[in-house]
Design a protein around this ligand. Structure first.
Ligand code: FES
Length: 109
Protein backbone atom coordinates (compact mmCIF):
# COMPACT_ATOMS: atom_id res chain seq x y z
CA UNK A 1 0.00 0.00 0.00
CA UNK A 2 1.44 3.39 -0.95
CA UNK A 3 1.65 6.31 1.43
CA UNK A 4 0.39 9.67 0.29
CA UNK A 5 1.28 13.12 1.49
CA UNK A 6 -1.78 14.86 2.87
CA UNK A 7 -1.42 18.56 3.56
CA UNK A 8 -3.89 19.91 6.12
CA UNK A 9 -4.41 23.63 6.02
CA UNK A 10 -6.59 26.23 7.69
CA UNK A 11 -5.48 29.81 7.55
CA UNK A 12 -7.80 30.93 10.35
CA UNK A 13 -6.05 28.76 12.93
CA UNK A 14 -2.58 28.81 11.35
CA UNK A 15 -2.68 25.12 10.45
CA UNK A 16 -0.34 23.93 7.71
CA UNK A 17 0.94 20.39 8.24
CA UNK A 18 1.83 17.57 5.92
CA UNK A 19 1.21 14.01 7.09
CA UNK A 20 1.95 10.68 5.44
CA UNK A 21 -1.21 8.64 5.15
CA UNK A 22 -1.22 5.02 3.92
CA UNK A 23 -3.78 4.23 1.24
CA UNK A 24 -5.65 1.98 3.69
CA UNK A 25 -5.80 4.41 6.63
CA UNK A 26 -8.27 7.17 7.35
CA UNK A 27 -6.91 10.70 7.07
CA UNK A 28 -8.42 11.82 10.38
CA UNK A 29 -6.91 8.88 12.28
CA UNK A 30 -3.42 9.63 11.04
CA UNK A 31 -3.83 13.35 11.74
CA UNK A 32 -4.75 12.50 15.33
CA UNK A 33 -1.79 10.12 15.58
CA UNK A 34 0.34 13.13 14.58
CA UNK A 35 -1.24 15.21 17.37
CA UNK A 36 -3.14 17.47 15.00
CA UNK A 37 -6.39 18.37 16.71
CA UNK A 38 -9.21 18.40 14.22
CA UNK A 39 -12.96 18.50 14.81
CA UNK A 40 -14.63 15.12 14.99
CA UNK A 41 -17.75 13.47 16.31
CA UNK A 42 -19.09 10.06 15.38
CA UNK A 43 -16.00 8.91 13.45
CA UNK A 44 -18.25 6.68 11.38
CA UNK A 45 -19.07 8.93 8.46
CA UNK A 46 -22.51 9.79 9.79
CA UNK A 47 -22.18 13.42 10.87
CA UNK A 48 -20.48 16.56 9.60
CA UNK A 49 -18.05 17.43 12.37
CA UNK A 50 -14.95 16.35 10.46
CA UNK A 51 -15.81 17.89 7.09
CA UNK A 52 -12.91 19.27 5.07
CA UNK A 53 -12.65 20.65 1.57
CA UNK A 54 -10.41 19.05 -1.02
CA UNK A 55 -8.19 21.73 -2.54
CA UNK A 56 -6.24 19.22 -4.63
CA UNK A 57 -5.93 15.47 -4.97
CA UNK A 58 -8.38 12.61 -4.58
CA UNK A 59 -9.81 10.60 -1.72
CA UNK A 60 -11.95 7.49 -1.40
CA UNK A 61 -14.81 8.39 0.92
CA UNK A 62 -17.24 5.73 -0.25
CA UNK A 63 -18.04 4.80 3.35
CA UNK A 64 -19.42 8.24 4.23
CA UNK A 65 -23.17 8.65 4.69
CA UNK A 66 -23.60 12.37 5.30
CA UNK A 67 -22.66 14.32 2.19
CA UNK A 68 -24.93 14.56 -0.80
CA UNK A 69 -23.70 14.18 -4.35
CA UNK A 70 -23.49 17.89 -5.06
CA UNK A 71 -21.52 18.48 -1.87
CA UNK A 72 -19.02 15.80 -2.85
CA UNK A 73 -18.82 17.31 -6.32
CA UNK A 74 -18.09 20.68 -4.68
CA UNK A 75 -15.08 19.10 -2.96
CA UNK A 76 -16.27 18.38 0.54
CA UNK A 77 -14.98 15.26 2.25
CA UNK A 78 -15.68 13.39 5.45
CA UNK A 79 -12.16 12.94 6.75
CA UNK A 80 -12.92 10.27 9.38
CA UNK A 81 -13.71 7.77 6.61
CA UNK A 82 -11.57 9.20 3.80
CA UNK A 83 -8.63 7.27 2.40
CA UNK A 84 -6.16 9.18 0.21
CA UNK A 85 -5.98 8.13 -3.44
CA UNK A 86 -3.19 10.60 -4.23
CA UNK A 87 -1.18 13.31 -2.56
CA UNK A 88 -3.76 15.88 -1.55
CA UNK A 89 -4.40 19.16 0.19
CA UNK A 90 -7.41 19.53 2.45
CA UNK A 91 -8.79 22.65 4.08
CA UNK A 92 -10.00 21.61 7.53
CA UNK A 93 -12.78 22.92 9.80
CA UNK A 94 -15.34 23.25 7.02
CA UNK A 95 -18.52 22.20 8.85
CA UNK A 96 -19.85 25.73 9.28
CA UNK A 97 -18.71 26.68 5.79
CA UNK A 98 -20.76 23.79 4.44
CA UNK A 99 -23.81 24.76 6.47
CA UNK A 100 -23.53 28.37 5.38
CA UNK A 101 -23.17 27.47 1.71
CA UNK A 102 -26.03 27.53 -0.71
CA UNK A 103 -25.38 23.85 -1.41
CA UNK A 104 -26.65 22.86 1.99
CA UNK A 105 -30.05 24.36 1.31
CA UNK A 106 -30.48 22.77 -2.10
CA UNK A 107 -32.54 19.63 -2.35
CA UNK A 108 -31.28 16.59 -4.22
CA UNK A 109 -33.88 16.90 -6.93
S1 FES B 1 -16.79 12.54 12.77
FE1 FES B 1 -18.84 12.16 12.20
S2 FES B 1 -18.66 11.93 10.06
FE2 FES B 1 -16.60 12.19 10.67
Amino acid sequence: MPNYKVRLINQDIGLDRIIEVPRNEYILDIAEDENIRLPSGCKQGNCSACVAKIISGKVDQSEQKFLRTQEIEAGYTITCVAYPLSDCTLETHQEQVLYNSSLYFKSDS
